[in-house]
Design a protein around this ligand. Structure first.
Ligand SMILES: *[C@@H]1O[C@H](CO)[C@@H](O)[C@H](O)[C@H]1NC(C)=O
Ligand SMILES: *[C@@H]1O[C@H](CO)[C@@H](O)[C@H](O)[C@H]1NC(C)=O
Length: 815
């Protein structure tokens, strides 16, 4: 396969040069970029909120929704706005979602006894709309549910109400219109209707109403001024407005015996009729309800009208479904309706977690790590930036921001669905590589993102690396490019008669999400742009994470390739991503980490492939040599004959090398990152380790640390036993790699049988358990218990747990 990829990239670059005159190529790139910008402009790009809409533009329009039960004044403290682990949902999120056109989100709110749906759709003209629908659970039809929509404009421009707001609220049926204009949007309007006649607003008698202006059967509107970087706090601002209103009522009627109904007290009051840049619209319903919000550009010739919404939503969902069937085709035993719903929801939630982040972050460039004591250090950050990032997130409730190590895994399923989107996200990440080649492993950009991180974890340090998973994507990407070119009937390697495209000027990119695979010019142009940054990142990685060879008289095949994660402590190696996984004790600068050298091998291979794609033969040869050196050094330095596995290395008190073999995920990296020579005897040992129930095999997936290890299930039990889906995916993918085709033929029959059995059962075990836990709780989780399969850690963890969608697409067994 890898050799084929080499050929392929040469082929692609020749093809690209041959096909197009320069101006055509420029036109192609321009058209593509225009389409990308437009189709990805708006989205639920504030994934840390239940529904937060914004464009991929800093300081622009931000909109959102929050809701609460208005029958109890205390519920002011229990508003649904920021995705919160503690709020009691039987699952929430996108059941169907396509980042280019929209989809459906459902909230099964157990505590409020309400099932809320928010459909979000957008069109080619830059318009979008939301349909909000609520259905109380049986027996709770009398509950008062209050829904607040807000929109705020930051930066230049204005946003204002188009109709005078009556202080006692808008009557039944009255629509509300906001109009605005900003740097990017010449003129736009936001319409909020009152929904169908079946809606019932909360009706109170006179005595229950605190003030004529606080009648919850009306729609209430308030506007105020919020400075830049504050619109995201809309819920907190709402809380302040309500508290002020309540205090004022108490001050006015200190002795009243009439306690007004909470739904009146919890109604927004238009105290001063002021017009600012932040606008709230509040509706309080009893029973089932629905209403619509539409955003249209004034100049648009194809505005979204509320009455067309049902049809447009139907079209959006139908389109999603058709695409899903095409790209994530389920293989046995998962090819049935139940698993389809599961897979659709997982991929949708993963893509619905894509966000746009903007702002500064905190960096400590001064503190050096103490490599004597290895104690945790409190970093002192200074702001740098502002930067922007377009990225998916590991968990909307717990980790609503970009994580370097998670992102590569998260993009693997998305790559199946929308290749161009993945490239857009990768580009955004690579733009963050600084002059030194460093990129912060956690991206906490701006105050909204920062508000979700305890202060001791906010500061990033430029000596700290993290597994370069983003580089994994390139091999997958080039494999896909080959499949696409093959399916176009290009006879591989024969460039005499490819399907000639004379003019690209007329391409309509609508519905094309693999343009980089169809038009090699785009892929090559992309690679050219990112290559310098990647080189500098690669050099930074190798330079800063280097391990010692000479000083400890180690003489492996290559004197250059040995690595050690910087910044570990006695108990943790956060940089490695496997925080509490057991490592050699005491920590020592002599340590060499087998997972790290494997990651550097993956990076090197990707660099080689990109260099080949760009026709940079010298670079490609250089990377190829390093890749080979790394493969050799993994065997020379890290293979322990006695333990029959790959191990970390450290030294004893006399400075002599000793293996540190904590069997588990770390032992597998040369295998999972495909750095073992196909046919090597070590493959069998590794598969035996994986398949042994006394070591790594559990009924729910491969456990992170062997049952036989003294630290198994001790302390935090984070990477010391539980099953993690990302590594299980890598194991499956490697079993496919080593067990099929030419590589498979190199295995002896017994090893092959074991590989096939392990693959088939592992795939089934992992998917079935994640499915089962989702069925019973409504959520995906960060990890699963290796003894009973039960969920552990953060919930709504659609990050790499979303890889089950790709597992279901994998073949049922090896062939
Ligand atoms: C769209 O509408 C058609 C016709 O009413 C219906 O059969 C279909 O189920 C709808 N599709 C979706 C995804 O709602
Ligand atoms: C692969 O393993 C599965 C599960 O054990 C088995 O059903 C299948 O027959 C095996 N395939 C071959 C070709 O042996």
């Amino acid at each position: 396969m890898l050799r084929n990829l080499g050929l392929l990239v040469v082929f692609l670059s020749v093809l690209a040069n041959w096909c197009l005159a320069v101006e055509d190529k420029d036109q192609l790139i321009k058209d593509y970029e225009k389409y990308t910008k437009q189709s990805l402009l708006w989205g639920p790009y504030r994934p840390g909120n239940y529904l937060g809409i914004r464009p991929r533009i800093p300081h622009s329009l931000m909109a959102g929704l929050f809701w609460f039960n208005a029958d109890n004044i205390e519920n002011i403290h229990n508003i649904r706005h920021v995705c919160d682990q503690g709020q009691d949902f039987n699952g929430f999120g996108w059941s169907q979602y396509d980042p280019r056109i929209g989809g459906k989100q459902i909230f099964h709110d157990n505590e409020l006894k309400l099932d809320l749906t928010t459909d979000f759709i957008k069109n080619k003209e830059g318009s979008w709309a939301i349909k909000v629908k609520g259905v109380p659970r049986p027996g709770y039809e009398k509950n008062a549910n209050s829904i607040v929509f807000y929109a705020g404009l930051e930066g230049e421009g204005m946003l204002t109400s188009a109709v005078g707001a009556p202080s006692d609220g808008f009557k039944r049926g009255d629509p509300i219109k906001l109009i605005g204009q900003s740097d990017e949007f010449q003129g736009f309007e936001i319409d909020i209707n009152d929904g169908p006649n079946t809606n019932q607003h909360k009706f109170l008698n006179k005595k229950q109403i605190a003030d004529p202006d606080l009648n919850p059967s009306r729609t209430h509107y308030v506007s105020m001024r919020a400075p830049n970087d504050n619109v995201w706090k809309a819920k907190d601002i709402f809380n302040v407005l309500i508290s002020e209103s309540v205090n004022e009522i108490i001050a006015r009627n200190p002795d009243t015996k009439n306690i007004p109904h909470p739904s009146s007290l919890l109604t927004l009051r238009n105290l001063n009729g002021f017009e600012g840049n932040l606008h709230f619209i509040q509706k309080t319903f009893v029973g089932a309800f629905e209403f619509d919000i539409t955003f249209n550009l004034e100049e648009s010739s194809n505005k979204i009208e509320a009455e067309d919404l049902d049809l447009l939503i139907n079209q959006t969902l139908t389109k999603f479904d058709a695409k899903f069937n095409k790209v994530l085709d389920l293989q046995p035993p998962f090819n049935n309706a139940e698993y389809k719903k599961f897979s659709e929801e997982f991929i949708s939630n993963l893509m619905g977690g894509i966000g746009y982040f903007h702002g500064d972050h905190l960096v400590d460039r001064e503190t050096e790590f103490n490599e004597e004591k290895y104690e945790p250090i409190q970093l002192e950050g200074k702001p740098e930036g502002p930067f922007e990032l377009f990225s998916s997130v590991p968990s909307r409730t717990f980790f609503p921001r970009g994580f370097y190590w998670d992102e590569g895994f998260q993009l693997i399923p998305i790559l199946e669905y929308d290749t161009d989107l993945v490239l857009e996200i990768l580009k955004s990440w690579f733009n963050l590589i600084d002059d030194d080649g460093w990129i912060a492993r956690e991206q906490i950009l701006g105050p909204e993102a920062r508000s979700r991180v305890p202060s001791e974890f906010q500061v990033q340090n430029p000596n700290i690396a993290n597994p370069p998973t983003l580089m994994l994507l390139f091999t997958d990407l080039l494999k896909k490019a080959k499949e696409t070119q093959d399916s176009k009937d290009f006879s591989f390697g024969d460039i005499d008669e490819p399907e000639r495209v004379d003019k690209y000027g007329d391409i309509d990119f609508t519905d094309i999400t693999d343009a980089h695979l169809r038009y090699p010019e785009l892929l090559i142009n992309y690679a050219e742009n990112i290559y310098p940054k990647l080189q500098s990142h690669y050099e930074w990685f190798k330079r800063t994470q280097k391990g010692e060879l000479e000083e400890f008289e180690r003489e492996p095949f290559s004197p250059n390739e040995a690595y050690r994660w910087k910044g570990r402590t006695f108990t943790h190696n956060l940089a490695s991503g496997l925080d509490d996984y057991p490592r050699a004790l005491p920590p020592d600068i002599a340590e060499l980490n087998v997972d790290l050298i494997s990651w550097v091998g993956t990076m090197t291979r990707s660099m080689k492939q990109i260099a080949e794609l760009l026709g940079k033969t010298e670079d490609a040869a250089k990377y190829s040599k390093i890749e080979y050196d790394i493969q050799r050094n993994i065997e020379d330095l890290h293979w322990s004959k006695k333990d029959k596995t790959y191990c970390d290395v450290s030294v004893d008190q006399t400075d002599r090398d000793v293996f540190y073999c904590a069997k588990g995920y770390i032992s597998l990296f040369p295998f999972t990152l495909k750095l073992i020579e196909p046919g090597s005897e070590h493959i069998r040992d590794i598969i035996e380790l994986i398949a042994d129930p006394e070591e790594l095999w559990s009924q729910y997936g491969i456990r992170s640390l062997s049952k036989s290890n003294e630290f198994y299930r001790t302390h935090e039990q984070y990477w010391r036993g539980p099953v993690w889906i990302n590594i299980n995916y890598l194991v499956l993918d490697s079993l496919l790699h080593y067990g099929t085709g030419e590589n498979g033929a190199k295995l002896d029959p017994e090893t092959w049988d074991l590989a096939n059995k392990t693959y088939t059962e592992l795939r089934r075990n992992v998917v079935e358990n994640v499915y089962k836990q989702w069925k019973s709780t409504g959520f995906a989780y960060e990890q699963y218990d290796d003894q009973n399969g039960k969920p552990r850690g953060a919930k709504h963890f659609l990050g790499w747990t979303g890889l089950v969608t790709v597992m279901m697409k994998m073949p049922e067994s090896l062939k």
